[in-house]
Ligand binder design. Sequence first.
Ligand SMILES: NC(=O)c1ccc[n+]([C@@H]2O[C@H](COP(=O)([O-])OP(=O)(O)OC[C@H]3O[C@@H](n4cnc5c(N)ncnc54)[C@H](OP(=O)(O)O)[C@@H]3O)[C@@H](O)[C@H]2O)c1
Length: 270
Amino acid sequence: MSQKVAVLGTGKIGEALLSGMIRAGWAPADLLVTARRPERAEELRARYGVTPVGNTEAAKTADTLILTVKPQDMGTLLDELAPHVPADRLVISGAAGIPTAFFEERLAKGTPVVRVMTNTPALVDEAMSVISAGTHATPDHLATAEDIFGAVGKTLRVPESQQDACTALSGSGPAYFFYLVEAMTDAGILLGLPRDKAHDLIVQSAIGAAVMLRDSGEHPVKLRENVTSPAGTTINAIRELENHGVRAALIAALEAARDRSRELASGKKD
Ligand SMILES: NC(=O)c1ccc[n+]([C@@H]2O[C@H](COP(=O)([O-])OP(=O)(O)OC[C@H]3O[C@@H](n4cnc5c(N)ncnc54)[C@H](OP(=O)(O)O)[C@@H]3O)[C@@H](O)[C@H]2O)c1
């Protein structure tokens, strides 16, 4: 018998998942979606051939529920769902920073919960999704979450205690690279290049470096050494990066992101 999967709160991340799952072979007939606005539900039906339903119906019907509302909307959604979710259904949360205990406290005793922190490259099938089991989730439940999020990129299992660190590295990670590209584009302008040309040079260099990091099997230090010739241009740039404490700044920045993730997970909002 086919397994029904429902995406509840199908916004940007929910839609990225839905389209990835369909491309990976899920039958649209087995996919249910919920949305707050009827026109959004109709848009999803027209675009993907999936079935829009209400949250309560999704809770009663689907074998796996994927919750992709914003963190601040999760409490309201759970209040609506809780009376209707049988305790043998898998609940996967895609919301940043909300611990599995938050769901377990509100759902029927024994409900398996899996927490997933993905990132925006899910929109282009290059996500890094970090997956953790709640108290009642089994390896089979984790495998189901991996199947689903594997449709939009890579997945990695970690203990939930490491989720805040992963949020700092991969959840916020794309933003650091965007920031770096922005700063390097400014440098290109200082060196006399037009903005669009500087942008193209840097973006292609970033893609080339990323593919080498992923595919060469070499350590990043070795890859950097390969382009750092004696008395050459690169070592002059590296000296300035070290003089300006860029390595130390990155370590401090990621520590600050990890600390903020911890605060948000414990309910501190400002
Ligand atoms: N975007 C990211 O970079 C990113 C990265 C990693 C993780 N996440 C996580 O992914 C989740 C979704 O983020 P997103 O960027 O996709 O947000 P989004 O585009 O705002 O999607 C959330 C959707 O949920 C709908 N919704 C809210 N309450 C609902 C309810 N009670 N019933 C049905 N639908 C409801 C919203 O409807 P309306 O359109 O009417 O508001 C919206 O369409 C968040 O929890 C976030 O932490 C996001």
